[in-house]
Design a protein. Structure first.
Length: 321
């Protein structure tokens, strides 16, 4: 789940007022309303421009963790883009230290586990692309944090070849980070294959195109790779026609390992509880499978062994009834 898109709507009003900028026409009481990729990107950029300090990032994380814990979540992994911080002159050490303090407080106050995955961004501009991806890893190595457990790439598949991020991924693996990539989102199963073969990722984010490709799906299942799935986002962006027709459910019955996420909550207007409810009601995923999805998330490698044990001890199967 992208931290920058996890802001409470009322917090957006506060941040925009403080920054002295007008809210876009596409903003409403529940978040952003967007029509297509162009308006989505424009409003996402607006959001990143008003999160102007390390303390703002920490506030967003604190808000989300409190809300998620109240709805029964036991673990959240935030995907955060240091490049968007650099655009606002936020130094990486300040960003990661502020977020680490916020996550530590939330763990104590709300009994929820959390981690950070750094992401590079496929997008035009001086702050993005393969070179800046290598910078993200260099910063992570130079200023280590126990909360930073992963590294990946997200963004627009129209920019940069995914394979061009291979040097950054090699460096991330050398640094002991769990690696992941947004792939297979309208670029075909080939994008997922590049993520596995060239980047050597541990986790596949989205990967929807591969779920309908028998050969690639068989490989993912055979290799026991975990797909981080955001089903409601896939419906809303048009990757799949409806929640019940998502190819993931048949793939799960064939042995695919999946966990659930919310991707960009303030844009898609579904939190983690909504997502689980939709999957249970409309996709026919039963109680035991929902519990297994959560266990998959906790044990995917982004938490250390002790933190995994703690998170699993908080998992209440009765909440899925």
């Amino acid at each position: 789940m992208h931290l920058e898109a996890a802001v409470r709507p009322e917090r957006i009003v506060e941040l925009a007022t403080r920054a002295g900028v007008a809210l876009p026409d596409g903003f409403g009481p529940r978040g952003f309303v967007w029509r297509d990729l162009t308006t989505f990107v424009r409003e996402y950029d607006f959001l990143c421009r008003i999160i102007r300090s390390a303390e703002d990032y920490a506030t967003v994380a604190s808000d989300y963790l409190a809300d998620a814990a109240a709805k029964g979540a036991v673990y959240v992994d935030f995907i955060v883009s240091p490049a968007h911080g650099w655009m606002n002159a936020i130094a990486y050490p300040d960003l990661v230290d502020a977020l680490g303090e916020a996550l530590a407080r939330a763990t104590r106050r709300h009994g929820i586990s959390a981690s950070l995955s750094l992401t590079a961004v496929r997008a035009p501009g001086e702050w993005f692309g393969p070179d800046q991806a290598r910078r993200v890893v260099r910063e992570a190595v130079a200023h280590p944090s126990p909360w930073v457990r992963g590294f990946g790439v997200a963004g627009d598949v129209r920019f940069d070849e995914l394979a061009s991020y291979a040097p950054a991924f090699r460096a991330a693996k050398d640094a002991g980070l769990v690696t992941r990539a947004h792939c297979g989102e309208g670029e075909g199963a080939r994008g997922v294959e590049v993520a596995m073969d060239v980047l050597g990722v541990d986790l596949l984010d989205h990967a929807t195109d591969a779920l309908s490709d028998p050969r690639t799906l068989e490989r993912i299942i055979h290799e026991r790779r975990l797909v981080t799935l955001c089903p409601m986002a896939h419906v809303l962006v048009g990757l799949v026609p409806s929640i019940d027709r998502h190819p993931a459910w048949a793939a799960m019955r064939a042995g695919l390992r999946v966990c659930l996420g919310t991707d960009d909550p303030v844009f898609f207007r579904f939190d983690v509880a909504d997502t689980y409810a939709q999957v249970a009601t409309n996709a026919g995923v039963d109680h035991d499978a929902l519990v297994a999805l959560t266990r998959n998330a906790v044990t995917c490698g982004l938490l250390g062994p002790e933190d995994q044990t703690t998170a699993l001890s908080r998992l209440d199967p009765a909440r899925f009834a």
